[in-house]
Design a protein around this ligand. Structure first.
Ligand SMILES: *[C@@H]1O[C@H](CO)[C@@H](O)[C@H](O)[C@H]1NC(C)=O
Ligand SMILES: *[C@@H]1O[C@H](CO)[C@@H](O)[C@H](O)[C@H]1NC(C)=O
Ligand SMILES: *[C@@H]1O[C@H](CO)[C@@H](O)[C@H](O)[C@H]1NC(C)=O
Length: 227
């Protein structure tokens, strides 16, 4: 083998090692369970929603995440086998609709699975377990943000409210753990609450305090928000 061959081989082996190391270190240490308020999603989207939104927080996604460092994405190139969704579809369409395009619910679940769900192994075993887990969290374990807020007497009415009141209401349903919020300025002078994220440990067994976005990042909520 000449010197070129040696350099070539060395480069290949080195690249392979880097690849193996990087794929094994992008793990996750907690989950974000993010729910979006449908009217705010429609208002903050450049193209309006085709169908009227419901006044509900529904699922955006369940995302394996890292407290420090980047969140993993698209860990395996395994498409969802949507033929197998079967009778889960009816429940999923209610709790996890594609708010922007209600003819494309399945496409939304497929994209969330590919981008996030594939990174949740071993807590998330496979594509159908990903969907099943979301149903269990939202319905069986009552992590429905609309229901948590309603229980604490906070109903959506499009008014300005103090974020602290909303946070305390959420905390009453999450063992006093801190949620994460996403807001977006709407066309007028008000800022709308768009998303609430509940955080769970890496085994999805308990709530944890959500790591907070850094100061100055986009989507931070002001002291008063519209909901
Ligand atoms: C909505 O989804 C359907 C099915 O995937 C697609 O054909 C259509 O173009 C989408 N409409 C919009 C406005 O994106
Ligand atoms: C979530 O909670 C809201 C408010 O209580 C309720 O209207 C809605 O039906 C709930 N969704 C599910 C699937 O239980
Ligand atoms: C909501 O509160 C913000 C901050 O206090 C204020 O600037 C804004 O004018 C209020 N909007 C309405 C509609 O009351």
């Amino acid at each position: 083998m000449g010197i070129t061959g040696m350099i070539y081989m060395f480069t290949m082996v080195f690249s392979l090692i880097v690849l193996i190391l990087s794929s094994s270190t992008v793990g996750y240490d907690y989950f974000q369970f993010t729910q979006q308020y449908q009217p705010a999603v429609c208002n903050s989207n450049p193209t309006p929603c085709n169908d009227p939104p419901e006044k509900l927080f529904t699922v955006h996604g369940l995302w394996p995440s890292n407290k420090n460092g980047p969140d993993p994405e698209k860990c395996k190139n395994i498409q969802m086998n949507s033929q197998k969704i079967g009778n889960m579809a009816a429940q999923l369409e209610i709790i996890w609709p594609n708010v922007l395009n209600r003819t494309d619910h399945v496409g939304f679940w497929e994209r969330e699975w590919l981008k996030h769900g594939t990174c949740g192994y071993p807590t998330i075993r496979d594509d159908m377990h990903y969907l099943k887990t979301v149903i269990k969290m939202y319905i069986t374990q009552k992590q429905n943000v609309s229901a948590i807020l309603a229980k604490a007497m906070i109903q959506p009415n499009g008014q300005n409210r103090s974020l602290v009141d909303i946070e305390n209401a959420i905390r009453s349903g999450t063992n006093n753990m801190k949620p994460k919020f996403k807001c977006q300025k709407n066309t007028r002078t008000t800022t709308e609450l768009v998303e609430v994220t509940l955080c769970r440990d890496r085994d999805l067994t308990k709530f944890i305090n959500c790591p907070q976005p850094p100061q100055g990042s986009r989507y931070l909520c002001p002291a008063d928000v519209q909901y």
